[in-house]
Design a protein around this ligand. Structure first.
Ligand code: PLP
Length: 372
């Protein structure tokens, strides 16, 4: 099996599994209990928190662990609206955001908020003029992602944050696909990240919060995480996230160079019949979302069982609906249905990627021959 679905999730790094093992097998104390074992677990969690904060790379804030980035995003949006003055009930976001943002916004809309969903150009990028035009004193929060999970394009998050601040709004950045891959610009007040996208374990995320911009608590209970996010933390998951963040800090540059080389190798195999969806230059190279006229992408995926890749996004693949991101670029249903996403990274070898892309290209040509 050649794994080319790095945006859906990434393989757990061996260093991460090793760091987690004692916390899964031996140390079971509750990190919030005052016993010696509890204090040791709490100390390990603080080391992990510091590493995750350093990988995020912003100053003047703190990290709270959550059960996923989805939870962090729900908390950021709903908790910020709860804290906002009554005359700030507007949310500005982008049509190509992840479902965690878009569906939270839809929920808030049903509970009295107004949501502005900004369009993107054919390159997948939002126009800063559109952001500016949507902002005024009624906006509580602006949500924009750093790297798009379906097409890899990089939004101008620093500039969007500056515009949000001019209007007195809070800026949330979904940096799930950016962490460890693309530097997170200064500016956001809230940043959501997830361990399993950086070779860490699943079911743990985090919300970085600028001091003073902490959202109202979303999960209530025992008052853990400074009263902001209740629930007993899992030392194993936190330590795993910390180990993954440490690797991202240590290996980030090598990973980026490796991924750039891989992208060039893949594009070298793909002929001019393939078009890259979204901006060619403002993108993370480890996400190649490509289309080919007339291709039945769903059939290609089921025919190529030895290669794990996806249709646009894992969510869109499951529903059978064409991806909202590809539609937002202005692609027709047919173009969206002829698009595939190849995602690669740290553990992908150039040889296996070239092999997979060669097989995908040949299968696409064979489809065309049968159709002709
Ligand atoms: N945001 C983006 C851009 C993602 O790609 C994902 C994961 O697919 C999420 C948010 C949700 O992350 P999690 O799986 O931790 O809930």
């Amino acid at each position: 099996m050649i794994y080319l679905d790095y945006q859906a999730t990434t393989p757990v790094a061996p260093e991460v599994a090793q760091a987690m093992r004692p916390w899964a097998e031996e140390h079971f104390a509750n990190p919030h209990s005052p016993s010696r074992g509890g204090r040791e677990a709490a100390a390990a969690i603080e080391v992990a928190r510091d590493l995750v904060g350093r990988a995020i790379g912003l100053s003047g804030g703190s990290v709270a662990f959550t059960g996923s980035a989805t939870e962090a995003i729900n908390w950021a949006l709903k908790g910020t609206i709860e804290r906002a003055p009554a005359d700030r009930r507007r949310i500005v976001t982008i049509a190509t955001e992840h479902a965690a943002v878009l569906d939270s916004c839809e929920w808030l809309e049903a509970h009295g908020c107004e949501v502005v969903r900004l369009p993107v150009g054919p390159d997948g990028l939002v126009a800063l003029d559109d952001v500016e035009a949507a902002l005024d004193g009624r906006v509580a929060i602006v949500a924009a992602m750093l790297v798009n999970n379906e097409i890899g394009v990089i939004q101008p998050v620093g500039e969007i944050a500056a515009l949000a601040h001019e209007a007195g709004a809070v800026m949330l950045c979904d940096a799930v696909q950016g962490l460890g891959r693309v530097a997170i610009p200064q500016g956001p007040d809230l940043v959501a990240v997830s361990a399993h996208k950086i070779h860490g374990p699943k079911a743990i995320g985090a919300l970085w919060m600028r001091n003073g911009a902490e959202p109202a608590p979303f999960i209530h209970g025992g008052g853990q995480e400074r009263g902001l996010r209740s629930g007993t933390l899992s030392p194993a998951l936190c330590v795993g996230f910390g180990a993954a963040a440490k690797l991202a800090l240590e290996r980030g540059q090598d990973d980026r160079e490796h991924v750039q080389r891989l992208a060039e190798a893949a594009l070298g195999v793909l002929g001019p019949e393939w078009t890259v969806n979204g901006s060619a230059d403002r993108r993370y190279p480890g996400n190649l979302n490509i289309r080919r006229e007339g291709l039945d992408a769903a059939r290609l995926i089921s025919d190529q069982r030895e290669i794990a890749f996806s249709l646009g996004s894992a969510c869109a693949s499951g529903s059978g609906r064409p991806s909202h991101v590809l539609r937002a670029l202005g692609l027709s249903d047919a173009e969206a249905r002829s698009s595939i996403r190849l995602g690669f990274g740290r553990y992908t070898t150039e040889e296996e990627l070239v092999d997979a892309v060669t097989r995908i290209d040949a299968a696409a040509r064979a489809q065309q021959d049968i159709a002709a």
